[in-house]
Design a protein around this ligand. Structure first.
Ligand SMILES: [Zn+2]
Length: 426
C-alpha cells in the first residue's frame, strides 16, 4: 500500500531558520562564540510579591561575525524595556567615581579644556562623571535614557536630556545645544543594539575639531581571563580594537589613540576625531595594539572557536569549589548582585543551595531576589550578622575594593572567593 506522499509543490519544513545578521556589517552570523543557554534579563530583580510568578528566559548565545569579527548577541528585548528605569547608579561604586575623576583631570590637561568648551556624555547616569567637569567650570550636558537616574543627575545640577542616543537625537541635540567639543561614553557602546545609528550620531554631534572617547570592555581580556559572565542580554557587542576601528572608520571617524585600562576586567579607552581633522595625528599605540591583536589571531575565525570549552571548564571549577565547601558544612554568602553575577549564577545553576544570600550596597536591589536564581539580596550589614565562612565576590572587578570594605570577616576566620578567571580563595 503506497502512502500518500506530499504534493511536490509543498514547501519544505523550515528546520534551519536564517541566521541573524551582524549588527555592524550585515553578514550572516553562523559561528558560535559561546552558548550560555537560557537566562533571564539581568536587571529584572524579583520582588517578594513576584516570587510566585514565572520569569521570561531568553537565549544567551554569543556569535562571532566571520567577516568583521564582531562578537555579539541578538536583541531580544527593546532597550526602552531595559533602560527606562535602570537600577544601576554609578555613584554606588567608590572606585568607579575615582576613575571618572582621574579621567576628567587627564582630559582637561591633555586637550586644554576650559569655560568655552562643552562636554557631552552619553549614558551620563547619575552625573558621577560630569560633576567633575562642572566643578572645573566646563560646560556639561548629560544624555541618559533612564529617567530615574537622570533625575538624580539633575539634583546635582547636571543638565540631563532623557533620550536614547542615535543619529536623529544627535541632530536635535546639536541644534539645541551646539556641537560637543568632547563627546564621551563609558560602557555604552557595547550596550547599543543599533550600533551604526549610534556611531553615526557621534559623527553628527562632534565639533569639527572635537574629541570623542569611549570606554568598553576589551574582548582580548574577556577571552584571556574567562570573563564569560560579562556576557548578558543588555550587553550586545564585544569589541576587539581591530573591529572597533572598522566600525568608526565606516562612519568617517578615525581613532587616533587608545589606552588599556584595568576597569571592568580590562577595558579600552579609544580617542576618536573626524577623518577630516588633521590637528591630531594618529599615535603609536594605535598601530601597536592593532598589530598585537592581529598576531594573536583576532582576524581569524579559529581563534574564537576555542572559547566555549574554556568557559565550561571555568564552570566546573566554580561548582567543584562550592560543592566541596558545602559538603564540609561551610556557609557561603555572595557579595554584590551585578549584571555579570546573574549570568554566572544562572549558567552555573547556583541558587540558595550554594549561596545562602547575597548583599548589595544599592538600596534599589535590597529586599529583592536575583533574577532566575532567586537568591535574596540583603544590605551589606547581613555579612556582619550572619558571619559566613566564605564571601563569594560576584563583581570580581571590584574585589580589592570589596575586600578592603569587609576586612572584618577575618574576625571569625572568613575568607573571600573570586570565581574569575579561575576560582580563587584569599
Ligand atoms: Zn560583521
Amino acid at each position: 500500500m503506497a502512502q500518500a506522499s506530499p504534493e511536490p509543490s509543498e514547501p519544505p519544513i523550515e528546520t534551519n531558520p536564517a541566521p541573524p545578521a551582524c549588527r555592524f556589517c550585515g553578514h550572516p552570523l553562523e559561528t558560535t562564540f559561546v552558548d550560555l543557554g537560557m537566562s533571564p534579563l539581568c536587571q529584572t530583580h524579583i520582588s517578594e510579591a513576584q516570587l510566585g510568578e514565572m520569569e521570561p528566559f531568553y537565549p544567551l548565545h554569543a556569535r562571532v561575525c566571520s567577516r568583521c569579527f564582531l562578537v555579539q548577541l541578538e536583541e531580544f528585548v527593546a532597550p526602552d524595556d531595559i533602560f527606562t528605569e535602570y537600577a544601576y547608579f554609578s555613584s554606588y561604586s567608590d572606585s568607579w567615581v575615582a576613575h571618572a575623576r582621574r579621567y576628567c583631570e587627564m582630559m582637561r590637561e591633555r586637550f586644554s579644556l576650559g569655560a568655552k568648551h562643552r562636554v557631552v556624555e552619553i549614558a551620563s547616569n547619575d552625573g558621577y562623571l560630569l560633576q567633575h567637569f562642572k566643578d572645573m567650570g566646563i560646560g556639561v550636558l548629560g544624555v541618559e535614557p533612564a529617567a530615574n537616574v537622570a533625575a538624580a543627575a539633575e539634583k546635582k545640577g547636571i543638565p540631563s536630556q532623557v533620550v536614547f542616543f542615535g543619529e536623529h537625537t544627535a541632530r536635535e541635540l546639536r541644534e539645541r545645544f551646539g556641537p560637543a567639543d568632547v563627546l564621551l561614553g563609558n560602557n555604552v557602546l557595547a550596550h547599543v543594539p543599533e550600533l551604526n545609528d549610534f556611531v553615526a550620531g557621534m559623527k553628527v554631534l562632534l565639533a569639527d575639531d572635537g574629541v570623542l572617547t569611549m570606554e568598553f570592555p576589551h574582548l582580548e581580556r574577556l577571552m584571556a581571563e574567562n570573563q564569560f559572565d560579562t556576557i548578558y542580554h543588555e550587553h550586545f557587542s564585544y569589541f576587539s580594537f581591530y573591529t572597533v576601528e572598522q566600525v568608526f572608520a565606516a562612519h568617517g571617524l578615525v581613532l587616533f589613540d587608545v589606552e588599556e585600562l584595568p576597569t571592568h576586567g580590562g577595558s579600552l579607552r579609544i580617542f576618536g576625531r573626524h577623518a577630516e581633522d588633521s590637528s591630531k595625528p594618529v599615535g603609536p599605540r594605535v598601530a601597536a595594539l592593532r598589530e598585537r591583536e592581529l598576531a594573536a589571531g583576532f582576524a581569524q575565525l579559529e581563534t574564537y572557536g576555542a572559547f566555549e570549552e574554556q568557559v565550561k571548564e571555568t564552570k566546573r571549577g566554580i561548582l567543584e569549589f562550592l560543592i566541596t565547601a558545602r559538603r564540609a558544612g561551610k556557609s557561603v554568602a555572595g557579595y554584590g548582585a551585578p549584571g555579570k553575577g546573574n549570568t554566572l549564577l544562572n549558567y552555573c545553576g547556583i541558587r540558595t543551595d550554594f549561596l545562602d544570600f547575597t548583599v548589595d550596597r544599592n538600596p534599589y536591589k535590597q529586599g529583592k531576589f536575583t533574577p532566575g536564581t532567586r537568591i535574596p539580596i540583603l544590605p551589606p550589614e547581613a555579612i556582619h550578622e550572619q558571619r559566613p565562612d566564605y564571601v563569594f565576590i560576584l563583581p570580581w572587578n571590584l574585589k580589592d575594593e570589596i575586600a578592603a570594605q569587609c576586612t572584618f570577616i577575618r574576625e571569625w576566620g572568613g575568607q573571600f572567593v573570586v570565581p574569575i578567571p579561575t576560582i580563587k580563595v584569599f
